[in-house]
Design a binder for this molecule. Sequence first.
Ligand SMILES: Cc1cc2nc3c(=O)[nH]c(=O)nc-3n(C[C@H](O)[C@H](O)[C@H](O)COP(=O)(O)O)c2cc1C
Length: 334
Amino acid sequence: MQMENREPLLDRGWRFCVAPMVDWTDEWCRHLHRLLTKRARLYTEMIATPALVHGDRQRILGFERGSGPVALQLGGSDPAELARCAKWGEEAGFDEVNLNCGCPSPRVQSGAFGVVLMLRPALVADCVKAMQDAVSVPVTVKHRIGVDRETSYGFVRDFVGTVHDAGVRVFIVHARAAWLAGLSPKENRDVPPLDRSVALRLKRDFPDSLFIVNGGIRSMEECEEELGRFDGVMVGREAYNNPWMLTEVDEKLYGDPPFGRTRGDVVREMADYLATVRVRAPLAVRTAANHMLGIAQGLPGARGWRRELTSHESWEKLPAEEIVRRAWRNVRES
Ligand SMILES: Cc1cc2nc3c(=O)[nH]c(=O)nc-3n(C[C@H](O)[C@H](O)[C@H](O)COP(=O)(O)O)c2cc1C
């Protein structure tokens, strides 16, 4: 699908996005985030195409269709496979399919996807063309500003240019180069330094496209500042670690009325949800509890909340909703 005009794109609302994060932005986490903001665009974890082709597709793609846009992020480099997966994603109700061209993990590199794709722009063009032929929702790309020694502006401009020629009009720029050797993926989220000026040059050079800036954004003030220069912001770790920040999104960035509920209200709603989806296995209980750790940030009793949520004994014995309800008794919200 070719998209020439920026206005319809802006209507689709990339102003505020929560980043794709493996093991973090699963369906339960997105449910919590959706309780906190109706407007933010929420991304899934990266889903590798073989998992969809050979795995339990319905379970992986199944999600509760609420209000607000949700995007499926795919990892892969086989155009036909990506096209099939994009189609399944559209059928499952996702509003966008994003191709991961930014992940530096060795596991991802050996499968020839993630950031190594930035070294093969023609292949990325084939991938996104195949995906666009298969779906009518936007196909977007998340990428870095460089890879290893390829850190010149020309490198990333040519990458974006090739993908743009293939029809993509929304680019999410993690404004940090990727290093394929010598750094763990975790380290590579903080090193080398961010350089948002590269993303800004891209925005100037591709004026018919949307550029969403990602990396190191920690506050709503910073989001507002970046929205003066970019078409959208994507926030990862801060949104996960301090989910209450999301309650400001609809009001501050979209002009909606203030968020009217307390943290306790949200915790109770989340507990009810966890009861309906029946989170029982200890590992699953731990995961669900982790998503909620940061919601008490700054409140008296937050330490007790965290202690109970992270207690191994609770994961073994109690369903997720019960742990959450009990742990919240530690917190005093005025
Ligand atoms: C636990 C974790 C998992 C991540 N998984 C993905 C992923 O699946 N796909 C992706 O494109 N980026 C992934 N990222 C990178 C984030 O999307 C984001 O680009 C990065 O964290 C920088 O943004 P931030 O500084 O706001 O966190 C991950 C980051 C974290 C912390």
